[in-house]
Design a protein around this ligand. Structure first.
Ligand code: UGA
Length: 360
């Protein structure tokens, strides 16, 4: 099952949130030789000293260079994407171009060069999910009815003017293209659908090391660090299942190593036990921050409601509920997540405080 030999792998987008954690684990616990591609090394400077890493400061759309790298590799892990909801309505052309058009070139190269492709997709491909539909179908009551499964669940998007779905649609078409290359050209691939991975180094803190609106965890951390009310979009009633990054990395490495069992498969990676509404998440983070630094008096910060129109602009719609079915990855690879939400948030809040204030 395990390939055993030292392999060359390319990680496209190794400098991002997931890439930086994956790189760290691979460099410290395996003997893969890694070509890491990214436009930035900000999150991986502590890893550049490793001999097994050949970091290439480059754009993944530079095809001649990417071709040269892929021709030397057994596996490509493709992480590069625009995956920030605030850009889905504001920069939809870039989102579709990077997340679909330019990513198709990587599929073609892997197919031509007979290289395994591990492609990161998204839980957003499930779109609006069954909870929305269940409002018109009282019969759907059992929790199993809400589980999103890789090979059975329908993918439900909003209308074209709701540009929120530009990302989900781009990723869905990318998955379909990969599947088609598998069908017609025998491409060896695995598709991963991450469910809200969270951890240290996630996104950026606006005004400090990035501009714009990051994903919810970093938004809430910014509020806690600068003592501003945590913003609840449309009341914060939607739910997410947050997955601690270390658990996610364990799953990714199992996929990387189990070449035969993961061939031409799609896997959810998520933690259904960590489901929470965004409002509950805000209150939990406030309380945990308060416990960690009582003198910050974080409980006095509070929350404020904001409309999605004001926060994200026209065209925003939301997934109401995303509950992953993880039985497939459990059965094939024996993976299940270990970290509960409170433990994960404690670790993350501490690491942000350390990173941005020097405390701890
Ligand atoms: C994300 C992104 O689309 C992708 O990065 C990714 O594929 C996937 O989901 C994931 O992280 O696995 P979403 O979960 O909507 O989408 O991203 P967040 O920005 O983290 O928002 C989560 C929820 O919090 C949404 O309901 C949003 O409206 C809300 N939110 C966000 C707030 O209430 N307040 C904020 O300050 C920010």
């Amino acid at each position: 099952m395990f390939s055993g030999k030292t392999e060359n792998i390319a990680i496209i987008g190794c400098g991002g949130f997931i890439g930086s954690h994956l790189l760290e684990k691979l460099l410290t616990t395996t003997d893969y030789r890694i070509f890491g591609l990214d436009l930035t090394d900000l999150k991986i400077r502590h890893l550049l000293k490793y001999k097994a890493l050949n970091f290439l400061h480059m754009d993944f759309t530079d095809l001649p260079k990417v071709k040269d790298v892929i021709s030397r590799c057994d596996t490509v892990i493709s992480l590069a994407a625009i995956c920030n909801p605030s850009l889905y309505n504001r920069k939809p052309v870039d989102v579709i171009n990077i997340d679909f058009t330019k990513s198709v070139d990587i599929i073609k190269l892997c197919s031509d060069l007979k290289c395994k492709l591990i492609q990161f997709s998204t839980c957003e491909v499930y779109g609006k999910t069954l909870t929305g539909l269940s409002k018109c179908n009282e019969a759907i009551e059992k929790v199993e009815s809400y589980l999103l499964s890789e090979d059975n669940t329908n993918l439900i998007m909003g209308p074209i003017c709701a540009q929120r779905w530009s990302y989900a649609a781009a990723k869905q078409l990318l998955e379909r293209m990969i599947y088609a290359y598998g069908f017609e050209y025998d491409l060896d691939y695995t598709i991963i659908r991450p469910f809200n991975f969270i951890g240290p180094r996630m996104d950026f803190i606006p005004g400090v090391d990035g501009e714009g609106i990051p994903r919810v965890l970093a938004c809430f951390m910014e509020s806690l660090l600068f003592k501003k009310p945590l913003k609840l979009v449309d009341g914060g009633t939607n739910r997410r299942c947050f997955t601690y990054i270390d658990d996610a990395i364990d799953a990714i490495i199992l996929i990387l190593k189990n070449v035969i069992d993961t061939r031409q498969q799609i896997f959810n990676i998520g933690n259904p036990h960590n489901e929470i509404t965004i409002k509950e998440l805000a209150l939990l983070m406030i309380n945990l921050h308060h416990q960690l630094i009582p003198e910050s008096n974080a409980v006095s910060i509070g929350t404020e409601n904001v409309s999605s129109q004001d926060f994200y602009g026209t065209g925003y719609e939301d997934s109401d509920r995303r509950l992953p079915d993880i039985s497939k990855i459990g059965k094939i690879l024996g993976w299940k997540p270990k970290t509960d939400l409170e433990t994960a948030l404690r670790l993350i809040i501490k690491s942000y405080i350390k990173e941005y204030t020097g405390r701890f």
